[in-house]
Design a protein around this ligand. Structure first.
Ligand code: GTP
Ligand code: MG
Length: 168
């Protein structure tokens, strides 16, 4: 088993905590409670091996944002989270991604997955699949469309990251 920490930073309320709670506890957090900083520990079996994970659920809201450099320097992998219902949240990930590569010495192999949340809110969707495809090609990282509420595609996105981390 090995330990990892996954930083996810984006606009407040995109669904980072709900995604993490779905993966760790198989529950849905329906109330919005802005995160300051939360660490989850869990174990997860992927391809017949059990991994111990330390998942750092970061703050999205600006006033809690300042600690992020420390996270970025120590994490073994990153889930970058945006909301499919908010196109600006996808654009914000661009800065974060640039910052990760900068702080990690431009290591292009650093494990990253990008997760779009709230797939169940189809009527509110702002981010097209076409736009996602163009980002995925440009960035060369996997994208997942998920719903923490419906439990769609949550596990596969974490498993992808675990497989990337294992390959390092
Ligand atoms: P900060 O901690 O402030 O950065 O926010 P966050 O990114 O952790 O967002 P959080 O997980 O708290 O979710 C914000 C709101 O969106 C909550 O009311 C959630 O219930 C809701 N939400 C999150 N994921 C989903 C989803 O997949 N579907 C729906 N319908 N709502 C969701
Ligand atoms: Mg949160």
């Amino acid at each position: 088993p090995f330990l990892c920490s996954l930083g996810r930073i984006s606009a407040g309320g995109v669904g980072k905590s709900a995604l993490t709670a779905r993966f760790v506890n198989d529950t849905f957090l329906s109330n919005y409670d802005p995160t300051i900083e939360e660490v989850y520990e869990c174990s997860s079996q992927v391809d017949d091996t059990t991994y111990s994970l330390e998942i750092l659920d970061t703050a999205g809201v600006d006033q809690f944002h300042t600690l992020n450099e420390r996270y970025i320097k120590s994490a073994h992998g990153f889930i970058l989270v945006f909301s499919l219902t908010q196109e600006t949240s996808l654009r914000e990930i661009e800065d974060l991604r640039r910052r990760i590569y900068h702080l990690r010495g431009d290591d292009r192999q650093i494990p990253i997955v990008v997760v779009g949340t709230k797939l169940d809110l189809a009527a509110e969707r702002e981010v097209s699949q076409e736009l996602i495809r163009s980002y995925a090609v440009r960035w060369g990282v996997p994208f997942y469309e998920t719903s923490a509420k419906r439990n769609w595609n949550v596990r596969p996105s974490f498993e992808d990251l675990i497989r990337q981390m294992r390959a390092r």
